[in-house]
Design a binder for this molecule. Structure first.
Ligand SMILES: [Zn+2]
Length: 278
């Protein structure tokens, strides 16, 4: 499942391919993805010029020249592919096909169809039912140690679960929660309400750093954010703790022999070092 850094890398690739371009031909090959596509979806996109490609949490928000926003979530397996010239014949799971006025093409492919697309007015994006309850953007200025401490106050769940709550911080997934808690030296089992003051500050910084470094790594490993296959985003990234169960801890492994442990919290794997994280 794409996490926020992958979605941001897809956004950058889409921005390069689409901004300023006219969507000359749009074909939808199904009436629904995870949810039904809006009425006359392809017809409403066709002929529109793309003003900008933005992102809110893991939602791609493409602003069109008629004041509408094309909202898209990649779900579990959604992929964006781009290219130039004659597009290859559509594959069975290519659900949306687009051609641009500069001879480019775009495909949305989604095998499991947990992705979604919708259209809404750009003025009303903040009120969209999928957007309105989202917490602050982790990379934005409104998210910091003080705001994080305030939203964790009184929470009796472990910090791991609290950070996966999209109302606390938007767009954070299982991998980056493990990585950020490791970086901040905070146990995933610690009660959320006990993450206050300097701990909350360290955690907010760690979240920004782990996401920022992953985005930078994705950008540098992909030419113009595009793989040779034409697929946007998605890159191999080396995690510090995620999927490193039993391996020496990168911080204390040499000095104390600390090893990464895996536990299951609310049905999801958490990786951490019991020696470094308190
Ligand atoms: Zn350690």
């Amino acid at each position: 499942m794409p996490e926020l850094p992958e979605v941001e890398t897809v956004r950058r690739g889409l921005a390069r391919a689409l901004e300023g371009r006219c969507l000359e031909r749009v074909e939808q090959r199904r009436a629904d993805l995870r949810f039904p596509l809006p009425e006359n979806f392809a017809g409403r996109l066709e002929g529109r010029r793309v003003v900008s490609v933005g992102r809110r949490a893991k939602y791609l928000a493409t602003v069109l020249d008629d004041g509408m926003v094309w909202l898209c979530h990649l779900g579990m397996s959604g992929r964006m592919l781009i290219g130039k010239g004659t597009a290859p014949p559509p594959e069975p799971h290519d659900h949306v096909l687009i051609e641009t006025d500069n001879g480019g093409w775009l495909r949305f492919n989604d095998v499991r169809r947990f992705g979604m697309m919708d259209l809404c007015s750009s003025n009303a994006l903040g009120d969209h039912w999928l957007i309105r309850d989202l917490g602050p953007e982790p990379l934005g200025d409104e998210f910091n140690g003080i705001s994080l401490a305030a939203s964790l106050k009184g929470k009796r769940t472990p910090i791991k679960a609290a950070l996966l709550d999209q109302r606390v911080v938007a767009g954070l997934g299982n991998i980056y929660v493990s990585e950020a808690l490791f970086r901040a030296g905070i146990s995933p089992r610690r009660l959320a309400r006990l993450v206050q003051g300097p701990r909350a500050e360290a955690l907010a910084v760690a979240i920004k750093q782990t996401l920022g470094e992953a985005i930078a790594a994705g950008g540098s490993s992909l030419r113009d954010y595009v793989q040779t296959s034409g697929e946007l985003g998605y890159f191999q990234h080396r995690w510090a703790v995620y999927e490193h169960e039993g391996e020496p801890c990168p911080k204390c492994g040499t000095a104390t022999g600390g090893r990464i442990r895996r536990i299951v919290q609310t049905g999801r794997s958490t990786y951490y070092c019991p020696r470094c994280q308190r």
